[in-house]
Design a protein around this ligand. Structure first.
Ligand SMILES: C=CC1=C(C)c2cc3[nH]c(cc4nc(cc5[nH]c(cc1n2)c(C)c5CCC(=O)O)C(CCC(=O)O)=C4C)c(C)c3C=C
Ligand SMILES: [Fe+2]
Ligand SMILES: [Fe+2]
Length: 349
């Protein structure tokens, strides 16, 4: 906005508005943290609602609707919710789903990070709080410039792009749109790698055993998405390489959470954990650098089931190292990478 327009804005607030003119709130900047989404509670009904929305997203399941919807409605949504609800119950907290509670805490910790003119809020791609609702609330609070920040370090169409799509779909219904920026992937950002390395170092130092291997487990994706040009696999590999270099340790990269029958990225985390003890690796630590917050996939799949798999295969010591979550290192890192995207907006009111 040029100086003239900007001073016209200021005048609007000083000069009396004509009758029936909508009120003009003071101008603000918004930062909207976005994560995947989670059920409202750990009941099969709530999980079914969540999965129906999530797995109907064409960015997530890239099978033509005519083929996929009958499978989703007839098989997946009649069988999976009960099993997944059981898993959710194992990790559910007093303040709700871990993913929602931690994302909320991240937003709270960032509240004052960018100065008094910046409003920080959070939303979920699926379920609540809805992206459209939070964008509308930001607009009502006077935000005419908004940074949409999908909290995925590694770009993936099934996560980053669909979060942005949803935000743009909300903008499509607005007469007066805010200016919008989106947070780029930060898989190789020195601030992210250093935060991860510092967190892993602290977690390793607190263990009562010395792991023989550090596994970096990322959420899987269908192999086909790599062939179609999704950079996710490369981003994961680069994060792990840089993390290993920062720690002075090799990492074993694996992919978890396989869904459906198609071939997914390999090696699989569960198969690797089952195979390592036979190769003489009986003490491991597992970190999940692709998750900005602990969630079902880390707390249940890795910390509970992964541990069981490893022990059942003859492993003796297993440590799950927590995600960055709302730790001080995480908030410093998020402040660094987001402040960069706010350049030219903040400090130029
Ligand atoms: C971090 C990146 C993620 C990618 C990439 C991703 C892809 C992806 N996921 C599914 C299917 C499921 N994922 C589920 C949970 C889940 N996934 C992520 C992140 C990524 N997913 C998170 C953070 C979570 C946890 C949500 C929570 O509430 O804690 C689930 C639901 C749980 C279950 O029933 O197992 C499914 C299903 C696909 C198909 C996919 C890419 C094609
Ligand atoms: Fe997932
Ligand atoms: Fe899972």
């Amino acid at each position: 906005m040029d100086a003239e327009t900007s001073s016209a804005w200021r005048c609007e607030r000083i000069v009396r508005l004509p009758p029936h003119h909508p009120p003009i709130p003071p101008r603000k900047i918004g930062v909207l943290l976005v994560n995947l989404g989670t059920p409202d509670d750990a009941s099969p009904k709530a999980v079914q609602r969540y999965l129906a929305e999530f797995l109907s997203d064409k960015r997530v399941v890239e099978i033509p609707s005519l083929l996929w919807q009958p499978i989703l409605r007839g098989i997946v949504l009649t069988t999976r919710p009960k099993k997944s609800a059981h898993a959710y119950r194992l990790v559910w907290r007093d303040d709700g789903s871990p993913l929602a509670a931690i994302t909320r805490a991240q937003a709270a910790a960032l509240k004052h990070a960018f100065g008094p003119d910046v409003v920080v809020d959070w939303a979920m791609r699926y379920g609540k709080p809805a992206i459209a609702d939070r964008l509308a609330a930001m607009q009502s609070a006077g935000c005419d410039r908004i940074l949409i920040a999908p909290l995925y370090p590694q770009y993936c169409a099934a996560t980053t792009a669909t979060a942005n799509d949803k935000a743009f779909a909300a903008l499509a219904g607005m007469r007066w749109q805010p200016a919008v920026r989106t947070l780029p992937p930060y898989h190789d950002d020195p601030a992210y790698i250093e935060a991860l390395a510092s967190s892993v170092r602290a977690s390793l130092a607190a263990l009562d055993f010395e792991p023989q291997a550090l596994i970096a487990s990322f959420h899987g994706m269908p192999q086909r998405t790599l062939e179609l040009g999704d950079p996710y696999h490369c981003h994961c590999q680069k994060t792990a390489r840089l993390l290993g270099a920062a720690l002075g340790k090799d990492t074993i990269v694996t992919f978890q959470s396989r869904f459906g029958r198609a071939k997914w990225l390999e090696p699989a985390t569960d198969k690797t954990l089952a195979a390592l003890p036979e190769q003489g690796i009986k003490r491991v630590a597992v970190v999940a650098p692709g998750f900005s917050a602990d969630c079902l996939e880390t707390l249940e799949e890795l910390d509970i089931r992964g541990r069981e798999t490893f022990r059942a295969a003859g492993g003796t010591d297993f440590a799950y190292l927590p995600c960055l979550n709302d730790s001080a290192d995480s908030i410093t890192m998020l402040t660094t990478i987001m402040s960069r995207e706010l350049a030219g907006w903040t400090g130029a009111q």
